[in-house]
Design a protein around this ligand. Structure first.
Ligand SMILES: Nc1nc2c(ncn2[C@@H]2O[C@H](COP(=O)(O)OP(=O)(O)O)[C@@H](O)[C@H]2O)c(=O)[nH]1
Ligand SMILES: [Mg+2]
Length: 399
């Protein structure tokens, strides 16, 4: 059994059923990545009631009225999600929140959870978005950022993308052009500039990992604690945990956010030998997923055998249930989903294995092949002191 899928706020699919036919509609009106303000329009019958469940006005702003601006907080379970300014015109309510896109998503999910129908945003008018950052005149990077933003599934990915536009990649390219223009490229400075451009280019695979969450598969014998660990890493119950071996027959895949970065976690049926019938099929599927995964976490508890041998791109061997089973044999990490032992280390080991550890979102990082290859070309030209053609290429990265 799995919990219902989280509402997809871009299509409105998978929202929770309310039993009512005419639910209010929530639309995220600002394109993601547009600075620190997002505007959500909530309208239709019942909109005010929904607003009442998520918005807590400041005491001085408690009086509502036609067109009155009210300052307050968006709250859930007593926790403040963001500061907001709310204006209402009849049943049409405008919610202005201050947080970036990730906060906007959280508020949209909250509204969906309260029964609002999430409607797609109106098509973005390209001219309405200032795709060039005022400091860098970089519309090409701004456009590529807008293309990539829908792929971002974590706040870290969003931040890394928007920082390349507002600094990072744009800044390193603009700074190199400035050095060339001021004629100050001595051999040492040229080498330094080239190295910085190459470093930004070499970051493309990491950006790809950030934007396309890698696949992590949990494998190991039945009852080793795979489903419990999957739930622990994802942060909520998605897999059934049961002491009866073989409970998870098919795989369950969920997005986990590990220290800010997104990875897919697949919980599989155990990889055990001599399985019969439907179990044999489940085992075959588990093995196929494990072989295709970017990383396999193979669990064994106590002296259990870690099961069938298979080929994995990367493997971490976990001694599971470390609270009750003293780790034995060869393993990389001892973990317990119950006591929490080793879980923080496991998160870091997973990120390290996937090249996602210690990402500084502000560091210059290419996020498209176009940027990466242009950076390489420009670096090569600068190393050979061919500054004019390098300058042309650098300008081309920005616009
Ligand atoms: N003490 C302890 N029990 C665990 C731990 N992880 C899982 N279990 C228990 O072991 C049993 C099997 O767990 P489950 O996650 O379903 O194993 P799976 O078959 O590998 O998916 C369940 O009764 C769990 O509650 C752990 O870290 N410590
Ligand atoms: Mg299981």
């Amino acid at each position: 059994m799995t919990v219902p899928a989280a509402p997809d706020i871009t299509t409105g699919q998978g929202r929770f059923a309310t039993g009512e036919s005419a639910a209010p509609t929530a639309v995220l009106q600002t394109p993601p990545g547009r600075g620190g303000i997002a505007v959500i329009a909530l309208s239709g019958p019942g909109a005010m009631e929904i607003l009442g469940t998520i918005f807590r006005p400041m005491k001085s702003h408690s009086a509502s009225g036609e067109g009155v601006l009210r300052l307050g907080h968006v709250v859930t379970d007593g926790l403040v999600i963001d500061e907001a300014v709310v204006a209402s015109h009849g049943q049409a309510i405008e919610i202005n929140i201050h947080g970036g896109p990730a906060v906007a998503m959280a508020v949209m999910e909250l509204l969906a959870g309260q029964g609002a129908t999430v409607a797609p945003a109106p098509p973005a008018a390209p001219e309405s978005f200032p795709s060039a950052h005022p400091s860098w005149d970089n519309p090409a990077i701004g456009w590529e950022m807008l293309q990539a933003i829908p792929l971002a599934r974590s706040s870290l990915a969003l931040e890394a993308l928007s920082r390349q536009w507002s600094g990072g990649l744009s800044a390193v390219v603009a700074e190199t052009i400035r050095r060339i223009d001021t004629g100050g490229i001595e051999p040492k400075v040229a080498a330094d500039s080239a190295a910085r451009l190459r470093q930004a280019s070499a970051a493309l695979p990491r950006m790809n990992c950030l934007l396309n969450p890698p696949e992590v598969v949990l494998a190991g014998p039945p009852n080793a604690g795979k489903s419990t660990l999957a739930n622990k890493l994802v942060g909520r119950s998605v897999s059934i945990v049961h002491h009866t071996p073989g409970t998870t027959r098919d795989w369950v895949r969920e997005l986990a956010i590990l220290d800010g970065a997104a990875v897919w976690i697949s919980d599989t049926a155990g990889l055990w030998e001599n399985a019969q019938g439907i179990d044999a099929q489940a085992v075959t599927r588990a093995r196929q997923r494990a072989e295709a995964a970017d990383l396999v976490l193979i669990l064994g508890a106590g002296d259990e055998r870690t099961g069938t041998v298979f080929h994995a791109k990367k493997l971490l061997r976990l001694a599971a249930k470390a609270d009750i089973c003293p780790p034995v044999g060869e393993y990389d990490l001892a973990v317990s989903s119950v006591s929490g032992r080793g879980i923080g280390r496991l998160r870091r080991a997973v990120l390290k294995a996937l090249n996602l550890a210690d990402i500084d979102p502000a560091a210059p990082m290419a996020f498209t092949p176009r940027q990466a290859s242009a950076l390489e070309s420009a670096a090569g030209l600068i190393e050979r002191h061919r500054f004019e053609p390098a300058r042309e290429i650098l300008i081309g990265i920005l616009r």
